[in-house]
Design a protein around this ligand. Structure first.
Ligand code: F0G
Length: 433
């Protein structure tokens, strides 16, 4: 067994002209000197030689930390061996071959990494296990977040496991019923605010200045640490041969930041020999990051005052983690693109036909891959971030042709599949019609 007790991590401001360092357990969410984002950095070199084998062995262990697809990679997490971990057995999500989606994207092959197969049905759990573990370590009593729904559901569940009070702030009327239902059932206090996600985020950031409150949005660097392990799990599933392209949806931009950090660390420690190009896909009506990318100067990040998309999970106009996501795109020679509401809806239906399914925000990936000019011999992994059952209203409306885009236009149900009303089913012919 490797000893984890000597590992040293710090928090460090990512702003190039600041770089301030802070103790790992300083209760900070941004740099207290310049307001920049914080990264968690290792201070000592790690011997990566035994790790692949150690991680493989843990797959047969019954230790709850080894059963978690996050804590199995704990050599790269900023916690010591004796930390009391708050886990729901997150991670260990499937990597599917998706022939119909590949065909749709005019590619011979496409793989889908389904983060919707996490305990609360979204990728948030891989970060939340680390964020809530740190909250408990710091002795927090109340954990909070702003959310478009999935962070809320995830935090509510992990807070319940950790016996912490939990308050979440969501934009009233803009969160899917399934996500709201989860948060309520897990016992969180849910506050519905007039406005959008960005309004909620502003309010919660102010409250988090109070010492008794612990903020667990993805601006919290411990969340990113948990989420980065998805890169490890994916690399392992591909026998340490990373794909040419990794494609993720972009909302608040925590996920793309985490993949960037995960692959960078794997590369720097020699566990992989190159990094995949990270492409971030945004909905056309909520695309401040794509605009920043397209502006050749890349000088000023301009928020979207009124983000609009039916993919409610990514209806975000002021993404807090954009500097980290930008670093990931630059370092990997990736890109940032947009897709329309129609493209998202059709791609989602195709992912369903592969027997996989996902929520609308996740389908931006396949819609985006179809638009990217990817070479036939390049390998591609799309990250599906949420489960199909997260937003069934959207699914039903798509198939029955009543899905209306924010601009008032009816979307075409290109791949519609509607229930057939029938008096009774009497023959096989009935079933085949
Ligand atoms: N996909 C889904 C299903 C999401 O719930 C989110 C974000 C994203 C993609 C975008 O990820 O923010 O890391 O770029 N949901 C957050 C929430 C904002 O509150 O649940 P990101």
């Amino acid at each position: 067994m490797l000893s984890l007790t000597n590992q040293k991590f710090i928090q460090q401001c990512i702003a190039p002209d600041c770089g301030a360092e802070f103790d790992l357990d300083a209760r900070l969410f941004v740099c207290s000197r310049c307001g920049g984002l914080l990264d968690i950095e290792r201070r000592e070199k790690i011997d990566s030689a035994p790790l692949r084998e150690l991680w493989r062995q843990r797959r047969t262990s019954l230790d709850p930390r080894d059963r978690s697809g996050v804590w199995r990679f704990r050599e790269f997490l900023p916690f010591t061996e004796d930390t009391e971990v708050v886990s729901l057995g997150e991670g260990n999500t499937p990597l599917y071959d998706a022939p119909r989606s590949a065909d749709y994207c005019r590619l011979p092959q496409l793989k889908l990494k389904h983060q919707g197969c996490n305990p609360t049905g979204s990728f948030k759990d891989t970060g939340m296990t680390a964020g809530v573990t740190q909250a408990r370590k710091l002795g927090a009593r109340l954990v909070v977040c702003a959310s478009t729904g999935n962070t809320a559901a995830s935090l509510a569940a992990y807070a319940a496991r950790a016996d912490l009070m939990c308050a979440i702030v969501v934009p009233s009327g803009h969160v899917s019923h399934a996500k709201l239902a989860q948060a309520l059932d897990y016992g969180a206090k849910v506050f519905e605010v007039d406005g959008n996600f960005d309004t909620c985020m502003d309010q919660i950031r102010e409250l988090a200045e109070d010492e008794s409150v612990y903020l667990v949005n993805s601006i919290n660097p411990f969340r990113i640490e948990g989420q980065k392990t998805v890169a490890f799990e994916l690399a392992e599933q591909l026998e340490w041969r990373v794909p040419d392209h990794l494609v993720v949806p972009g909302g608040n931009l925590g996920n793309s930041s985490a993949f960037g950090k995960g692959f960078r660390e794997l590369f720097e420690t020699g566990l992989i020999d190159r990094q995949p190009k990270i492409t971030v896909v945004q909905a056309e009506g909520a695309a401040p990051f794509a605009r920043f990318y397209s502006d050749i100067e890349h000088e000023r990040f301009v928020n979207d005052e009124h983000p609009q998309t039916l993919a409610s999970a990514i209806k975000i106009g002021a993404p807090v983690s954009w500097p980290k996501a930008w670093r990931a795109v630059q370092e990997t020679d990736g890109s940032v693109i947009t897709v329309t509401e129609q493209e998202i809806a059709d791609a989602k239906a195709i992912i369903g036909r592969d027997g996989v399914g996902c929520e609308p925000a996740s389908a931006t990936t396949v819609a985006g891959i179809r638009k990217l000019r990817i070479n036939e011999n390049e390998s591609v992994v799309a990250v599906l971030t949420g489960h199909v059952l997260k937003d069934t209203d959207y699914v039903i409306k798509y198939h029955n042709g009543s899905l209306v885009a924010p601009d008032g236009r009816h979307l075409t149900p290109t791949f519609a599949n509607v229930p057939i009303r029938i008096q009774s089913v009497k023959s096989v012919a009935d079933l085949l019609r």
